[in-house]
Design a protein around this ligand. Structure first.
Ligand code: GRF
Length: 210
């Protein structure tokens, strides 16, 4: 069984975001409260208008704005890779990052990229999870925190939390309740990883002490 990250003093985390960055904020808050012992070394962002950039700036976190437009996927990822190297990154947390990473990138970082998805995978992958869940008529949705592999929203699952779908829910109302849970659970799961308690065995993930 593989220990996902070697235990070391403090893991260096890169957060990748493209939008509002509320998940990033929950990670920042947890670090500042002392609940998450990790260093947020850099924000990687592909969107110049993302509010995530402002959040990083106001908390003194360096950010790399790498616009994907006008360059090939390989060039885009090469720029990201050099930032990861520069900051000696151990772990990547995708937090609303709206670009799909190539299989080459993912395999290079295998077992060291996590993502949060706002549905109970393998149901409702993709960018319209809440809309799809409501349209399907499920009574329960939720969130999934998983390792990233070559498939989209497909990698080994670390943690899932269910959220009830209520009568009359819209994409927005369900999204808000799921997001509340994301903000609680993403930092917690990152802390488990930082403590060296998360082990990957094929598709299965074992969380020590769970
Ligand atoms: C969340 O729905 C998360 O599950 C998905 O992207 C959204 C994050 O949004 N991966 P924000 O930019 O962190 O507010």
């Amino acid at each position: 069984m593989d220990n996902v990250t070697q235990r070391k003093e403090v893991l260096k985390l890169a957060v990748f975001a493209s939008g509002s960055g509320s998940d990033l904020q929950s990670i920042i808050d947890a670090v500042e409260r002392g609940d998450l012992q990790i260093e947020i070394s850099i924000l990687v962002c592909n969107n110049p208008d993302a509010f995530a950039l402002e959040r990083a700036r106001s908390h003194g976190i360096p950010s790399a704005l790498i616009d994907h437009r006008g360059q090939s996927r390989e060039e885009f990822e090469q720029e990201i890779l050099s930032q990861l190297e520069k900051y000696h990154i151990d772990l990547i947390a995708l937090a609303g990052f709206m670009r799909i990473l190539t299989p080459e990138f993912v395999s290079r970082w295998s077992g060291r990229i996590v993502n949060i998805h706002p549905a109970l995978l393998p149901s409702f992958p993709g960018v319209h999870a809440h809309r799809d869940a409501i349209a399907f008529g499920v009574k329960v949705s939720g969130l999934t925190i998983h390792f990233v592999d070559e498939g989209v929203d497909h990698g080994p699952i670390i943690f899932q939390k269910s959220v009830e779908v209520l009568e009359g829910d819209t994409e927005e109302t369900l999204g808000e309740r799921v997001l509340e849970q994301e903000h609680i659970w993403y930092p917690k799961v990152l802390q488990w990883i930082a403590e060296g308690r998360v082990h990957l065995d094929g598709r299965r993930v074992k969380v020590e002490g769970d």
